[in-house]
Design a protein around this ligand. Structure first.
Ligand code: URA
Length: 425
């Protein structure tokens, strides 16, 4: 087999054979196929696509590049959730302990933020002492004793994807549905969860800007999971405006704890409960009541034990940024639009996110919203507060927020997008 013939097949809109796929993934993982050759192939896939059987074989080859985990020793059924990424998307934080409090085991292997979307591990690392890196044994121990674990995926899980994702990130080939679907699902199938709920975000703050692309991505991933014996369903959810009232690491932890305490913004609570119901149903747990587990403190109890088991102090004060800047409403009326992408870029520029994988993030940086679409605002009232340790970044962040919202005359009719737009099973 030679890599040039594999690249030419896809360049000329052909179908890759199972042998070509197995060979190229293995050879790339071993360093026999060079980065420039793999990036040519990734671009050919982005331009010419792959059919369902090519995607299934590509995913299987990436799984076979590393280890597979196994949770058969646990007494509870496993359920995991994956979000394709959004702005203010802190849902994993309340969701994992909530689903554990209702009887499932939640092995949540999570990532760091890159670009304008936040990462779950960056958020949790703002809790003093909390550790994202666990050995497989430690992960299983936390899962077994608390019911939930949120940690970084080990290096042994789908190493082909790790290498390929880093390459796609710097070659303009991230946005290919076959590559996104196989990347996400290879990690989730190798992780060994029994059931999986996908939160596929749609809108300006998401990878998928329109519902048709989101449906295509969701149905490709659902088919990959189902064919591998993982009960998989997807919700398509709105990401045209940020989730909740915060975007930024410690700010989002604070809001998640409010949800676990029975409060928090209505949209975060609604989506957390909708995803919890799907996870519990997929895991075969029928009689649980996630709303009750938030109200009676049982989800909070799991959260506290889970944070402590990973070295964190759930009672410690969260970091606060050194400087704040408030943006006020220029006029009175109804806030009819608040753009997720602009808020995500603003939070990122304030220091909440990173431009390169090795960059540090600021725990306290981000944006706090004081109004959401549909609410009345009065001229001069705070619309958002920007937080950073590096005030020279305010102008840069403010530039991204220009034109990010609309205020219409009072009394203008406003219809909010539903949070859950579709369900694919
Ligand atoms: N998340 C992943 O893990 N892979 C992708 O390709 C895109 C998002």
């Amino acid at each position: 087999m030679d890599v040039i013939s594999v690249i030419r097949t896809k360049r000329d809109r052909g179908e890759l054979s199972p042998e070509q796929i197995d060979w190229v993934i293995d050879a790339y993982t071993r360093g026999v196929v060079a980065d420039e050759q793999m990036s040519a192939l990734a671009m050919a896939i982005l331009l010419n696509g792959m059919n369902r059987s090519e995607i299934a074989r590509w995913t299987a080859a990436m799984i076979a590049s590393g280890e597979r985990m196994n949770f058969d020793s646990l007494s509870r059924p496993t359920a995991d959730k994956h979000s394709t990424g959004g702005v203010g998307d802190k849902i994993t934080l309340p969701l994992a302990p909530l689903v554990a409090a209702c009887g499932a085991a939640v092995p949540q292997l999570s990532g760091r933020g890159l670009g304008h979307t936040g990462g779950t591990l960056d958020k949790l690392e703002s809790i003093p002492g909390w550790r994202a890196l666990l050995s497989n044994e430690e992960m299983l121990h936390v899962l077994d004793t608390t019911g939930a674990v949120i940690c970084a995926a080990g290096d042994g899980l789908a190493p082909a994807d790790k290498k390929l994702y880093a390459l796609r990130d710097v070659t303009g080939t991230v946005e290919a549905i076959p590559l996104i679907a196989s990347s996400i699902m290879s990690k989730k199938i190798a992780e060994g969860t029994g059931s999986l709920v996908l939160d596929v975000k749609v809108g300006s703050g998401a990878f998928m800007k329109n519902i048709e692309d989101a449906r295509e991505l969701a149905s490709t991933m659902v088919a990959l999971g189902t064919d591998s014996g993982v009960k998989t369903i997807a919700l398509l959810t709105d990401m045209s405006t940020p989730l909740g009232l915060t975007a930024g690491n410690a700010l989002e932890v604070r809001e998640s704890v409010e949800v676990l305490a029975g409060g928090g913004p209505a949209d975060v609570v609604e989506l957390t409960i909708a995803l919890a119901k799907e996870m519990l149903d997929a895991a075969g747990i029928k009689d649980a009541d996630p709303a009750k587990a938030l109200a009676d403190g049982s989800a909070m109890d799991v959260w506290r034990r889970m944070i402590q088991a990973q070295g964190g102090d759930p009672d410690a004060a969260l970091p606060v940024a050194r400087e704040q800047h408030t943006v006020t409403a220029p006029e009175s009326g109804v806030l009819t639009r608040l753009d997720a992408y602009a808020v995500g870029v603003g939070a990122w520029r304030l220091g909440a996110g990173r431009a390169r994988k090795e960059d540090p993030v600021q725990a306290g940086a981000g944006i706090e919203l004081h109004a959401k679409p549909g609410e009345q605002v009065t001229a001069g009232q705070p619309l958002m507060t920007l937080h950073t340790d590096t005030p020279e970044k305010f102008d840069y962040a403010l530039a991204s927020l220009e034109g990010s919202y609309d205020i219409a005359p009072a009394g203008t009719a406003f219809t909010a997008n539903p949070i859950v737009l579709d369900r694919i099973a």
